[in-house]
Design a binder for this molecule. Sequence first.
Ligand SMILES: CC(C)(COP(=O)(O)OP(=O)(O)OC[C@H]1O[C@@H](n2cnc3c(N)ncnc32)[C@H](O)[C@@H]1OP(=O)(O)O)[C@@H](O)C(=O)NCCC(=O)NCCS
Length: 180
Amino acid sequence: MTIEIQTGHDLSDEIIDMMNQQRVQEYEINTKNFRQNEQDSTFFFLRDGGQVTAFGMLKPITLIHQGQMTTVLGIGNIIARDKSAGNGKQLMLSIKAYLDDKQRIGLGFCNSHVAGFYRKCGYQVLNDLPERFRYPLASLNGEKEKLSPALNSLCHDPIGGFIEALQSDDDHIYINQPFW
Ligand SMILES: CC(C)(COP(=O)(O)OP(=O)(O)OC[C@H]1O[C@@H](n2cnc3c(N)ncnc32)[C@H](O)[C@@H]1OP(=O)(O)O)[C@@H](O)C(=O)NCCC(=O)NCCS
């Protein structure tokens, strides 16, 4: 197994097609436009003998909370193509190692049915944060302004203190990009 890391602007048409098709297979619809919206994202491809077995991305996001800006890497587009074979975990461990190496905070959202998976991969999972996020530019571009309160958030903070700062009050947490 090898992990390949690529920036969004270097992705081939072939690999974008593969992700688009996999997203349709998983969700019946692909809501992502990798070529247009993910030029600055970092993509992770887990390969076994050349075949991609799992993939995911980190997207630069700026958060504003208590008037203070923090840049994080939004964890998204996590899919294991071959399931229940340890590929998802290996992918998430590689992403965690990358965040540790770069000393960057990783933050994503997930349904409760996959919360246990992220916990097993060593991520912090919380259910009281997602409903506080707001995307103020939502009405300009037809995006969601807020998330379903049923979602959980997943986080890896190599520095420490990030989640504690967000939990110190109930204020909204504003984001400069649509939900990822
Ligand atoms: C979620 C997903 C990435 C997991 O990948 P996977 O390769 O099937 O999972 P793994 O085989 O690596 O499992 C790692 C561990 O997590 C556990 N696990 C896997 N899915 C789980 C789930 N839904 N809930 C709880 N635990 C789970 C496994 O039992 C395993 O435990 P172990 O380490 O004790 O053996 C994969 O099921 C998937 O692609 N789902 C569809 C897309 C999706 O929902 N992505 C997440 C978007 S937020």
